[in-house]
Design a protein around this ligand. Structure first.
Ligand code: DOR
Ligand code: ZN
Length: 432
């Protein structure tokens, strides 16, 4: 199957070009290649859109198996493709937990059947996410699912003995441990960022130090084990100082920030709308500012969505009972453009770096986040930088509708997504 993309602007730079794709690989890039058109060629007119490598999400909750009322691998894959993603890492806090070869292989196979995005299962670090006994990381790493990332996300690997051993295994297996950094001893009953807003609303506080101390501890453990540590959803400015020092010391540590922690603050909580409940919690304006600067600087490596769909019965309830989490896949690019590109903190090369190249490197995906060049896989997102849209949770592809951006008018639209030469989404619709 062959594809001709016309009038595209790679990385938003230079003249419009045409891109010829054969068997999923770019064979020619240049102006005026439309002559390459023949009967067998599918033509995609980019109409001046920015051509980027397809996005890679290191942190997605697809909820299958066990949480199909909130999301399935099919609905989550559709949301991913519509958001410009070509690969996602599916977190293991499912039911059953993805702590065995059987479950990770199921997730991989179902993702491949759906075929809209490469679904890479994340394996659990501990059996049942219980934090007590290490799961069989080696078995999952060597399975057909080729698990490259392990995490107990939703929970922290709180026990330093287990975290230390997991990092030693990770070093030997050449995989990465992704830590949800939250010292649970410091967050018992926590409902919101510990600060003036939580005090005023009478909500128990989640102190930023619960994140900072675990990241500091884990950087020390990763350094000793010479292991790759990835810090999930950084939310506190103080954590950035820890990361900067660890990186300067040569620790193999990477970090992500979510779109919501780039934009939203605990000021949103005054409505008591549980759509704003998330873990780690929304923090202060000083924290969001620090997140943006750290992302521009590279101390935070990537944007990852923490796409966390929850069906209405888990969200439309009083604050304390509501589950934490927010949709992210279809709004991620627009929030990055709004918070990073519009203020001049990132250009399109930078967007490619934080949404595609670095996540592909961290997750160990050799055929994603590649340069847009001849001989490389045709795995792309096409973005209309002048597009504007209004977020409506009910119109998103996810089964759940819990977006904190409801009603917001956001810049930039994903006009097409292409996975190895196959169009997976186009003009807001997924491929049949
Ligand atoms: O808000 C969150 N939701 N944070 C997590 O760590 C887990 C996630 C979920 O699974 O819903
Ligand atoms: Zn988490």
């Amino acid at each position: 199957m062959n594809l001709l993309i016309t009038n595209a602007r790679p990385y938003g730079e230079g003249e419009l070009v045409d891109v010829v794709v054969r068997d999923g690989v770019v064979t020619e890039i240049g102006a005026g290649l439309a002559g390459a058109r023949d009967e067998s060629v599918e033509v995609l007119d980019a109409d001046g859109a920015v051509l980027l490598p397809g996005f890679v999400d290191l942190h997605t909750h697809l909820r299958e198996p066990g949480g199909e009322e909130s999301e399935t691998i099919a609905s989550g894959s559709a949301a991913a493709a519509l958001g410009g993603f070509t690969a996602v890492f599916a977190m293991p806090n499912t039911d059953p937990v993805a702590d065995s070869e059987v479950v990770v292989e199921h997730v991989r196979r179902r993702g491949a059947e759906v075929g809209l995005v490469d679904v890479h299962p994340v394996g659990a670090v501990t059996v049942g996410l219980a934090g007590e006994q290490m799961a069989e990381l080696g078995t999952m790493a060597r399975s057909r699912a080729e698990v490259r990332m392990f995490s107990d996300d939703g929970k922290c690997v709180n026990d330093p003995v287990i975290m230390r051993r997991a990092l030693e295994y990770a070093s030997a297996l050449n995989v990465v441990i992704a830590q949800h950094a939250e010292d649970h001893r410091l967050t018992v009953g926590a409902q919101a960022h510990e600060g003036v807003v939580a005090s005023r609303l009478g909500l128990a506080g989640w102190p930023a130090t619960a994140e900072e101390t675990i990241v500091a501890r884990d950087c020390a453990l990763a350094r000793e084990a010479k292991a790759a540590l990835h810090v999930c959803h950084v939310s506190s400015a103080r954590t950035i100082d820890v990361l900067r020092a660890a990186k300067a010391a040569g620790v193999r540590v990477s970090a992500e920030v979510t779109p919501h922690h780039l934009l939203l603050t605990d000021a949103a909580l005054t409505s008591y709308d549980p759509v704003n409940k998330v873990n780690p919690p929304l923090r202060t304006a000083a924290d969001t500012r620090a997140m943006r600067e750290a992302l521009a600087e590279g101390v935070i490596d990537v944007v990852a969505t923490d796409h966390a769909p929850h069906a209405a019965q888990y969200k439309d309830t009083e604050w304390a009972a509501a589950r934490p989490g927010m949709l992210g896949l279809q709004t991620a690019l627009s929030i990055v453009v709004h918070t990073m590109v519009e203020p001049g903190l990132l250009d399109w090369r930078g967007v490619a770096r934080v949404l595609s190249e670095r996540p592909a490197e961290i997750g160990g995906l050799p055929d994603h986040g590649r340069p847009i060049a001849v001989g490389e896989p045709a795995t792309f997102a096409l973005v209309d930088p002048d597009g504007v849209w209004t977020v409506r949770g009910g119109s998103l592809a996810s089964k759940a509708a819990n977006t904190p951006f409801e009603g917001m008018r956001l810049p930039a639209t994903v006009t097409a997504t292409i996975l190895r030469g196959r169009i997976t989404a186009r003009d807001g619709k997924v491929a049949a």
